[in-house]
Design a protein around this ligand. Structure first.
Ligand SMILES: C[S@@+](CC[C@H](N)C(=O)[O-])C[C@H]1O[C@@H](n2cnc3c(N)ncnc32)[C@H](O)[C@@H]1O
Length: 281
């Protein structure tokens, strides 16, 4: 019998830890990109002064608040308002005119993090005269992120950058019309979330959310392995009406997916896709 090498032991312990997280708490990270998971877990192990993933496993199984910390570590919340402004510019020109043809469009923003993407979308819809009749579902599996999203209060330090993004995204007004300053924070106009329903939803384990006209899932799939990306694209395909839009992050793609034939590309650089109509080639 041979002794497993340190690398083999590490891998076994990693798999067991992910299994424990799943069995103990229902969060399934087994199909997340291994490089991402390894980086985040190693960081968590080090800041907690632990020697191995087995020790991490022991800690989180017996300590729920440590599990919450780990969850925060595994979910990358990085986001900003009008992220990739050119995407919003294209959305305005190529997608919004079609959404306007529906009496009550529904949009699902999956993996919305702390809400900056949701408020960006709401601003764009308001400027296009569409906000009042659009229902937005904004979901994430991170409870803390959703709580922050509901409040819509952000650090003032970021406003300069967001203002530039907004202008590049084709913003029609002054960005300052959409927030008020309170000390060193800004509060986003609460009217923007009038038709927004924030909810917890896990793309890995939860079922279809709603039937919608557009899904925005940007900078989330990048953390998933191919198998999981495929599962999520299937979920989106089930959730979209025919002719509905799917928009992804700049580094993400539909091409690998078994469902890619069901979509046509509206703009490959901006990752905007449209589900074909029945019988459409
Ligand atoms: C990098 S942020 C992207 C935020 C925003 N969409 C954007 O583009 O700026 C990734 C988000 O995906 C969420 N996420 C990761 N795995 C998820 C899952 N299984 N179900 C739902 N949300 C998930 C994370 O909690 C995080 O808020």
């Amino acid at each position: 019998m041979k002794t497993p090498s340190p690398d083999e032991i590490n891998k076994i312990e990693l798999d067991l830890l992910l299994e424990a997280v799943y069995k103990g708490y229902g969060f399934d990270f087994r199909n997340y990109s291994k490089a991402h998971i390894l980086r985040r877990l190693t960081y968590f192990q080090n800041v907690n002064g632990l020697q191995s993933f087995s020790q991490v496993q022991d800690l989180i199984l017996h300590n729920k608040s440590k599990m919450k910390e780990l969850l925060g570590e595994l979910s990358i919340k990085v986001t900003e308002m009008f992220r990739d402004p050119a995407f919003y510019l294209t959305l305005r020109k190529r997608v919004i005119p079609l959404l306007k043809t529906y009496p009550f469009p529904k949009i699902w923003i999956a993996g919305c993090s702390t809400g900056e993407e949701v408020y960006s979308m709401a601003i764009l819809l308001r400027e296009e005269g569409l906000l009042k009749r659009t229902q937005i579902f904004a979901t994430d599996f991170n409870e803390k992120a959703i709580e922050k999203a509901k409040k819509g209060v952000y650090s003032i330090d970021k406003i300069k950058h967001y203002t530039v993004n907004y202008q590049k995204a084709g913003g029609k007004n002054s960005f300052s019309d959409y927030y008020r300053v309170i000390d060193n924070r800004v509060e986003i106009d609460p009217g923007l979330r009038q038709n927004v329903q924030f909810a917890l939803h896990n793309l890995v384990s939860d079922a279809k959310f709603e039937t919608v006209n557009m899904i925005s899932c940007r900078n989330v799939l990048i953390y998933f392995n191919k198998e999981l990306q495929d599962r999520v694209i299937n979920l989106f395909t089930d959730s979209l009406i025919n002719g509905g839009y799917l928009v992804l992050g700049m580094k993400e793609s539909l091409l690998f997916s078994s469902k890619s034939g069901l979509y046509k590309t509206i703009d490959n650089d901006r990752k905007i896709f449209q589900k074909k109509l029945l019988g459409e080639k």
